[in-house]
Ligand binder design. Structure first.
Ligand code: SF4
Length: 372
């Protein structure tokens, strides 16, 4: 960016920064070699010499802050978060990955496994299968507590490839939900002296989960029915029970409710001068994601335009080469984030975001309570 002499600065209304400083404050400037002005200027007195107050003001924040949903499907969501600090945007990303709870398989009771997949690998694979159930309907299971209908979901898998049959692919559609809890009997308990007592299993459900209003018309399923768990050769068999509990991604990635949650700053591509005819065609060819277009102007002239700035990936191809930095400026808006959430399947992405907001609110309240 060219240096500006103080004598050349225009007279500005009180409280306003000169244009070059305003640009540095609000944009990351991308030069051909590296981006500059990447920092966020937080210090309240940063522009005190110019009579500009840089302190955080709630009224100005409330006026500017907004969320605009660009795309929303069952599995993913893209939205713009405008007028927010990068630290807060990053807090949402981290909360989405690590703090919003889901249900995931934690304990696998293997009655028989003669497949080539070892028990521990099988248990790990099962843990990573997304379960389509609202975790808000369940409680966390305290350590050493008994699994019950409010903190555990039980699935059963029993598959066998008969001798003489072709190899069998075991997929997630063969995992069956057991609304009454575990069916495996605890051997030591059931050989006890009182044979008339009710056989004990690995869970203590007081009622069937499908009798609960939340699940009576909404059975618990897995998000995908075609995930391969294992392959069985003739004569091989798997019999197991998988117990899912509530947890968070901070403990293990299997509880993370998102495949990914990420953001990028809004790109801003500006033509600093008219780019015409052959140069316009050259510019269009430079961009791999078609940010630029050509429009016809009078007398057969062609002129480059910025057609899709949002598609810019900041590859900086358009500003490489002789004099192109004088013609094109590539920038990022520092307080405008394009946020993408890809749900792993437990909750829709918009619900995940609102849960993340609630968790951030709780964290802030806890901090304020400790400080007061
Ligand atoms: S930086 Fe790359 S993607 Fe962005 S406009 Fe220039 S060439 Fe296109």
């Amino acid at each position: 960016m060219p240096r500006v002499s103080a004598r050349d600065l225009p007279d500005l209304p009180k409280g306003q920064l000169p244009p070059h400083l305003e640009l540095q404050r609000t944009r990351v400037l991308c030069a051909a070699d590296a981006p500059t002005h990447t920092e966020n200027i937080q210090y309240a007195g940063a522009y005190a010499m110019m009579g500009v107050d840089n302190s955080f003001r709630l009224d100005a924040f409330s006026k500017r802050f907004r969320v605009e949903v660009i795309k929303l499907t069952e599995d993913d969501m893209e939205f713009d978060m405008i007028g927010i600090d990068p630290a807060i945007a990053n807090a949402f990303r981290r909360i989405l990955i690590a703090d919003v709870p889901t249900m995931a398989i934690e304990k696998v009771l293997i009655a028989n496994n003669t497949s080539v997949v070892q028990d521990e690998v099988l248990a790990h694979r099962l843990g990573l299968i997304p379960i389509k159930v609202d975790p808000r309907l369940f409680e966390y299971m305290p350590e050493n507590d008994t699994p019950n209908e409010r903190n555990t979901i039980v699935f059963k898998l029993h598959v066998k490839c008969k001798k003489g049959d072709p190899r069998l692919t075991v997929k997630t559609d063969q995992l069956k939900w057991l609304p009454n809890g575990s069916e495996l009997l605890i051997a030591s308990e059931n050989t006890a002296s009182n044979p008339a007592s009710k056989p004990k299993t690995y869970t203590s459900f007081t009622c069937s989960q499908d009798s609960l209003p939340e699940f009576s018309n909404n059975p618990i399923t897995l998000k995908h029915n075609d995930i391969i768990i294992s392959k069985l050769g003739p004569g091989q068999e798997i019999e197991l029970e998988a117990h899912a509990v509530k947890g968070i991604g901070k403990t293990h990635a299997k509880w993370s409710p998102v495949s990914t949650a990420w953001y990028r700053m809004l790109p801003e591509v500006v033509l600093l001068e008219e780019v015409e005819n052959e140069k316009a065609e050259e510019l269009v060819k430079k961009c791999p994601v078609n940010v630029f277009d050509i429009e016809d102007v009078a007398k057969g002239k062609k002129r480059a335009t910025v057609a899709q700035p949002r598609a810019c990936t900041l590859c900086r191809e358009c500003i490489r080469g002789e004099d192109w930095e004088k013609r094109v400026a590539v920038r990022r808006v520092k307080d405008h984030f394009i946020f993408t959430i890809e749900s792993s399947g437990a909750l829709p992405p918009d619900v995940l975001f609102t849960e993340a907001v609630k968790i951030l609110e709780d964290k802030c309240e806890r901090v304020f309570a400790e400080l007061s």
